[in-house]
Design a binder for this molecule. Structure first.
Ligand code: 7TS
Length: 421
């Protein structure tokens, strides 16, 4: 299936989608089963249209942007800015100027902590996070708190891995300056009611940052409906190349924030001892950006638009619902996170008896089922769960119920090897 701009397809057929992903169609080699890729939460695979967009940029119009007066540079600049418009429309931003290209979610959150944070957070101020955050939404605030004397507090979880909204309300009663939380947990798969948390946080007078690394690729996300101040996400988890990421920020906030990095492209006028800044988003894009990667992100957004994000969400809900049903049949299975597929995205973390997750993952690799094992950059959450690590299967548009069957078969192999069943 090849997609083109503004030509919606109705695939509803993951096999046709799979055909678009060269890496999934390689010959696995002798004695190896076809690859089942279940680690898209770490980084997704790339469809041919994205690979071709990147290739086309390098072959036909590679040039630095916003500087050349020659044709190649103008073409590259046009495509880079077109990608920004595509991204802005994809998340419902009021203006493309509200979308800053960065390398990834981590950079986007650090940018906010070091610019908005340094300007607005004072000694004794409260920043509310949650215990299920990825390290990327913990450590930048720890650094800021250390620098400013601010206090950090973390919303607890319910036993089934959802946010405890009563605890959130208790923390909101302490007038925090910022509430920063993940929309979808990368370890538990929990889908958070981000619009409701945002509404409560704003009513308490706090600014709102949403970590959209695991939501923007997987479900319809609209910043105006969420009414968040900031949304951070990574291109590489949504079919685009590594090196492409986005910080969305409300325009007035971005305009009031000081720059993050200084250098070329982000200035209006430079004198020897002082400078003035370019308008947003250029103010936050110092130096030569990852032009080809941003163009690749534009192609990825077009591909996802053609599928429709409602379809993406429904497809994953079907596959993850089937996975939850099948996984409970496996002897020794402990599943983490909510068991209702409507309350989670396409991520399933589990442990198998007391087999170490790295051993589980290695056995699955022997069956050519690629999963991740470890703490998934959520060490505080692992402590909360009372484990050091989990095995994690994460699903995306190219995964099918048959992939779940392969996962389950491979887990039975692990059980047999460890003599458990
Ligand atoms: N926030 C969440 C919720 C994430 O899942 C990740 C990456 C990040 C932030 C950081 O994204 P980056 O693109 O800046 O690295 N999560 C994972 C994962 O679960 N396995 O590998 C990376």
């Amino acid at each position: 299936m090849q997609t083109q701009t503004n030509q919606p397809v109705t695939p509803l057929d993951a096999a046709a989608i799979r055909a678009d992903f060269p890496i999934l169609n390689q010959d696995p080699g002798p004695d190896r089963k076809p690859l089942v890729f279940l680690d898209s939460a770490a980084s997704s695979q790339k469809p041919a249209v994205v690979i071709e967009a990147l290739d086309d940029y390098h072959r036909r119009y590679n040039a630095n942007i916003h500087r050349g007066v020659y044709q190649l540079s103008e073409l590259a600049t046009g495509r880079y800015e077109q990608a920004r418009h595509l991204v802005a429309d994809f998340i419902g931003a009021a203006s493309h100027r509200e979308c800053v290209f960065v390398r990834n979610t981590t950079e986007a959150i650090n940018l906010v902590a070091q610019t908005w944070g340094r300007r607005n957070i004072r000694v004794g101020d409260l920043i509310v996070l949650t215990v299920m955050e990825h390290h990327s939404n913990l450590v930048p605030w720890q650094i800021l708190a250390e620098e400013t004397g601010a206090e950090l507090a973390h919303v607890r979880l319910t036993p089934d891995g959802r946010l405890d909204l009563d605890h959130l309300d208790d923390l909101l009663a302490r007038d925090p300056k910022l509430v920063a939380f993940t929309h979808v947990s990368n370890s538990l798969g929990t889908l958070v009611d981000a619009a409701e948390i945002s509404r409560r946080a704003r009513a308490a007078g706090a600014a709102v940052l949403i970590d959209g690394a695991q939501s923007v690729p997987h479900l319809p996300v609209d910043v105006r409906q969420l009414d968040c101040d900031f949304l951070a996400f990574s291109g590489h988890k949504m079919l685009a190349p590594m090196g492409s990421g986005v910080l969305y920020g409300k325009k007035a906030l971005l305009e009031a924030m000081p720059p993050y990095m200084g250098g070329g492209s982000m200035i209006r006028k430079v004198e020897l001892t002082r400078s003035t800044w370019a308008d947003v988003p250029a103010k936050f894009e110092a130096g030569t950006p990852a032009v080809g990667d941003a163009i690749g992100l534009g192609a990825a957004v077009e591909y996802l638009n053609a599928l429709g994000m409602d379809w993406v969400r429904e497809h994953e809900r079907d596959v993850v619902g089937y996975a939850l049903e099948r996984l409970v049949e496996v002897p020794g299975m402990t599943l983490y996170g909510p068991l209702d597929p409507a309350a989670r995205s396409g991520v399933v973390s589990f442990n198998l008896g007391d087999i170490h997750p790295h051993d589980v993952a290695a056995i699955l690799d022997g069956e050519n089922v690629a999963v991740r094992a470890g703490h998934h950059c959520t060490q505080p959450l692992m402590r909360e769960l009372g484990v050091v690590a989990t095995t994690r299967a994460s699903f995306y548009i190219y995964n099918t119920r048959e992939d779940v069957d392969r996962l389950v078969e491979a887990l039975h192999v692990a059980n047999r090897i460890f003599g458990l069943a």
